[in-house]
Design a protein around this ligand. Structure first.
Ligand code: KIV
Length: 294
């Protein structure tokens, strides 16, 4: 029996950098998770994520908007700053919200804010060929860019809903063109969302930068999922490509129910949760005469 085990090529640095992520093409799978504040940042980072994304999914899973179109730069910055305080090792990437990169100038200004005010070390933006000038300009300015093609939720109105993309020969070819265009513009990796696995394989083979899949099968160089989906904290809908590893929303409701019962029945707080005076002070305090004010 052979004892040989194949060890994938891997480049791990701490803190993680965009070039180190890029060097993981065809190497150890890149593991990414979204996070939106200090505590979710600490948890994702402590678990060993390579990359933590403050996604504009913030709009839905944290802020309760219908879709990701309403979240603003200021709201995103607030959450990037909070996440920064929790993430020590993973590469922190900030997602550029809808309309924040419509021109090269706005892209530079807003991505610059994410780096300077938010403490992010890279930005993500949605789109392929049409956003090549923005990716090029950001990369030239020293800001690493994670591209995002396929089902780009900021184009949900154009797609007519959250639908898988690249399902025809022509659409598949267009996605390959998008991937090669963002690579040529300087992106260090590309998110490929909701495309058939055969197309994800073609895209992955067509570029030398890592592909990070979400709903793109297991052929990409890495995977990304939304924090609240993985933990079962978001109940509005669950896309087919999500694996819920926990039911923390349900568990929290049960736990809070126990707390409510304990408070109502006088079982909380208990002795362990209570401050007591020393015996002599307690004896003196008991002698204090309290007069009710009318
Ligand atoms: O906003 C987000 O969370 C994302 C990821 C799911 C890729 O764009």
């Amino acid at each position: 029996m052979s004892t040989h085990t194949e060890t994938p090529k891997t480049t791990k640095v701490s803190p993680m950098t965009a070039p180190a992520i890029q060097a993981r093409k065809n190497g150890e799978k890149i593991c990414c998770m979204t996070a939106y504040d200090y505590s979710s940042g600490v948890i994702a980072d402590s678990a060993g994520m390579d990359l933590v994304l403050v996604g504009d999914s913030l709009a839905m899973v944290v802020l309760g908007y219908e879709d990701s179109l309403s979240v603003t730069m200021d709201e995103m910055i607030h959450h990037v700053r909070a996440t920064r305080r929790g993430v020590k090792n993973a590469l922190l990437v900030a997602d550029m919200p809808f309309m924040s990169f419509r021109t090269v100038e706005t892209a530079l200004e807003n991505a610059g804010r994410f780096i300077q005010e938010g403490g992010a070390r890279a930005v993500k933006l949605e789109g392929g060929v049409p956003v090549v000038p923005q990716i090029q300009a950001l990369t030239d300015a020293g800001i690493p860019v994670m591209a995002h093609i396929g089902l780009t939720p900021q184009h949900v109105a154009k797609f007519g809903g959250f639908k898988a993309q690249g399902k025809s020969v022509e659409a598949a070819k267009a996605l390959i063109e998008d991937a090669q265009a963002v690579e040529a513009a300087g992106a260090f990796c590309v998110v490929v969302e909701a495309v058939p696995v055969e197309v994800a394989q073609l895209i992955t083979d067509a570029v030398d930068i890592p592909t990070i899949g979400i709903g793109a099968g297991n052929v990409t160089d890495g995977q990304v999922l939304v924090y609240h989906d993985v933990l079962g904290l978001f109940d509005r809908f669950t896309p087919k490509f999500v694996r819920k590893y926990a039911q923390q929303g349900k568990e929290a409701i049960e736990v809070f129910g126990q707390y409510i019962n304990d408070v109502r029945l006088g079982r909380f707080p208990g002795d362990k949760n209570t401050f007591y005076l020393s015996d002599d002070v307690a004896a003196q305090v008991r002698k204090i005469k309290v007069k009710k004010k009318k």
